[in-house]
Design a protein around this ligand. Structure first.
Ligand code: ADP
Ligand code: MG
Length: 355
């Protein structure tokens, strides 16, 4: 059997309707071959449905799906070279680790010896050499997760899908396993579509993130671009924390906007906006506290201050509402009622269109 290697996945105006429910609404994106692309969004926004359409477990109501440039829109799951790692792992409890991993090739009729050889190879790859004869119930959550990955990898699919693969692991293990998945994907040059609702996980593992909201794509791009230049209030708020403030753009000259934030004024990239009402998204670490009052600063009063080890969480009452500020490093606590002045860092302050 010659393997095709990793393939791209392309959605062209794809929709999925269940009766009156539109689970995925006119979605277009590409997962480039050999890249890890994450579908990120809150529960119910259409992530699993999108993955299932890649796998062929659901057939799209509308639009076109291409894998490796071939139209697979109407192909069943069995006719697509795609494997999926499910949220629950879905290991067979009565089969050993080896039998679980060898399941795919065995069902394909590749023969017992060949299937066993392929399974051993992939189990070694995910660090499970020596665990072949155990049963799933004799493994930790992280080990079960790796068996599921080995089983999905065994036929060397052109595309590998992960649906919230870390949700059954505790917080510390989650970080390690997500790094393992990312390393494996890069070392083996796999095409991966990865689903999560956890923005930090998405930022940590992805080449590209597709943020979904209510069955639609809210924004797609590199992790850094989404964090630094959110296209709308939903993305600004979903990826990282943001203070969303109503502002007025007073003038735009050469792509820079003069923005009135209450009594303060700042100059920001206009991002295509003209004069008029807009919003500004400000990261909590991009609000700088000082005693100095100037034209570009906002007066305020401390309303809360909490000590969280490596940073302070601070709430400041200002003319544009209560703002959330984070101070990293070892700063003195601030008493409620203390007058302060807020200025704006050079990054993490972004104009977005009004809602
Ligand atoms: N088989 C189905 N029948 C009817 N509605 C469904 C079905 N599968 C999913 N949905 C609905 O489609 C929407 C998206 O679901 P899903 O893709 O599972 O979201 P997510 O994975 O982002 O949590 C939800 O409103 C869900 O209730
Ligand atoms: Mg889901």
């Amino acid at each position: 059997m010659t393997k095709a290697g990793p393939a791209s996945v392309e959605f062209r105006n794809v929709s999925m309707r269940y009766g009156s429910v539109t689970a995925v609404d006119n979605v277009s994106f590409t997962v480039e071959a050999g890249k890890l692309v994450t579908l990120l969004g809150p529960s119910g926004c259409g992530k699993t449905t999108t993955l299932r359409m890649i796998a062929g477990l659901e057939i799209a109501s509308d639009g076109q799906i291409l894998i490796g440039g071939q139209d697979v829109t109407r192909l069943s799951a069995a006719d697509r070279d795609v494997s999926m790692v499910f949220q629950s792992y879905a290991l067979f409890p009565h089969m050993s680790v080896l039998e679980n991993a060898a399941y795919g090739p065995t069902v394909k009729g590749l023969g017992k010896e060949k299937s066993r050889e392929m399974a051993l190879d992939k189990l070694a790859l995910v660090g499970l050499k020596g665990f072949e004869n155990r049963y799933p119930s004799e493994l930790s959550g992280g080990q079960q997760q790796r068996v599921a990955v080995a089983r999905a990898l065994v036929l060397e699919p052109q595309v590998l899908l992960f649906d919230e693969p870390l949700s059954n692991l505790d917080a510390k293990l989650r970080r390690r396993v997500r790094e393992e998945i990312r390393e494996l994907q890069q070392d083996l040059n796999l095409t991966v579509a990865y689903v999560t609702h956890d923005q930090e996980e998405a930022l940590a593992v992805s080449d590209k993130i597709i943020v979904m909201s209510n069955a639609k794509i809210a924004q797609q791009g590199a992790p850094r671009a989404l964090y630094e230049e959110p296209a709308n209030a939903f993305v600004a708020d979903f990826i990282g924390d943001a203070n969303l403030i109503d502002v007025t753009v007073t003038a735009v000259v050469d792509g820079r906007a003069d923005v009135a934030i209450g009594p303060a004024s700042v100059s920001l990239p206009a991002r295509g906006l003209g004069p008029g009402p807009a919003k500004v998204a400000i990261r909590p670490e991009s609000l700088l506290l000082s005693g100095q009052v100037g034209q570009s600063s906002l007066p305020g009063t401390i309303s809360k201050c909490a000590y969280l080890g490596n940073h302070l969480d601070i709430m400041v009452e200002t003319p544009v509402g209560e703002l959330f500020v984070i101070q990293y490093g070892h700063h003195a606590m601030l008493e409620p009622g203390t007058p302060v002045s807020l200025s704006f860092a050079g990054s993490g302050v972004t104009l977005i269109p009004p809602a």
